[in-house]
Design a protein around this ligand. Structure first.
Ligand code: GLN
Length: 249
């Protein structure tokens, strides 16, 4: 019998698609296909329920109003059940914020999130965080760009995805993102999984098990180019804090 296609649910691309994060779902599907697996991306429409039967869930970034509308359509518990069942959920920026306990919109109103990640989001003290973001994570260096006004503080049940080498990340330039069970969240756009194939494979391994290596030379070239751009931009706290070439710390 043929193996069933791996189903990747892309949650509300019309609301959470402002920053091109829908590409994360395409990357996950393509990396499966390159290895001979069947894969299907299910775009979930705003007026449709998030499917219970997906194997993996992807949420992207969006504007304050769009993310508030998105969270109001996600209260049926599907994502919480998926996370409790150990299915990977990958969320970026607004997607990250709505998986937390609460988030603040641009007007200062507090909104309840889905409570899947132990974190709370308010607003950055300084200007909006915009620019390249470099993160040292358990799957290696991650590159992407950030564009957010929110500041996210993690509670004890959530671990950061990694340490920030350049940029702001969750809010003070020390850490970015969250990992809690099978849920991985970050402020990295890019799309993050196009720039960071190791992170894509980390999510896929939880679904299909060990993955055969594939030719990532083009992705590696893109990464080298981006690391060089970050070095050139010399974005704080790059200088004072950390360099990717450093062996320790
Ligand atoms: N609206 C949110 C903020 O500004 C999320 C932005 C985003 O998804 N890039 O913090």
């Amino acid at each position: 019998m043929a193996e069933r296609a791996v189903r990747i649910a892309l949650v509300f691309p019309a609301l959470l698609g402002t920053y091109g994060d829908g590409g994360n779902a395409s990357v996950l599907a393509q990396r499966l296909r390159w290895r001979g697996h069947d894969a299907e991306v299910v775009d979930v429409a705003v007026d449709a329920p998030v499917p219970d039967q997906a194997d993996l869930y992807v949420l992207g970034g969006g504007e304050d109003t769009a993310q508030t509308l998105a969270v109001s359509r996600l209260s049926d518990g599907t994502l919480a059940r998926a996370a409790a069942a150990g299915k990977p959920v990958f969320a970026v920026c607004a997607g990250f914020q709505i998986l937390g306990e609460t988030f603040l919109d641009g007007r200062g109103d507090v909104h309840p999130g889905l409570g899947i990640i132990d974190c709370r989001t308010d607003r950055l003290d300084g200007p909006r965080a915009v620019g390249e973001l470099l993160v040292s994570s358990p799957v290696g260096l991650l590159t992407g760009y950030e564009n957010h006004g929110g500041r996210t503080v993690l509670g004890p049940a959530a671990a950061p995805l990694g340490r920030v080498g350049a940029g702001i990340g969750n809010g003070d330039g020390s850490v970015d993102g969250a990992m809690q069970g099978s849920v991985v969240a970050t402020y990295l756009h890019g799309p993050a999984l196009a720039r960071n194939p190791a992170l894509a494979d980390h999510l896929l391994t939880a679904v299909v098990g060990e993955l055969a290596p594939i030719d990532d030379r083009e992705e590696e070239e893109l990464r080298r180019e981006r690391f060089a751009a970050i070095r050139k931009a010399n974005r704080a706290p790059w200088r004072r804090q950390w360099r990717p070439s450093a062996r320790s710390s």
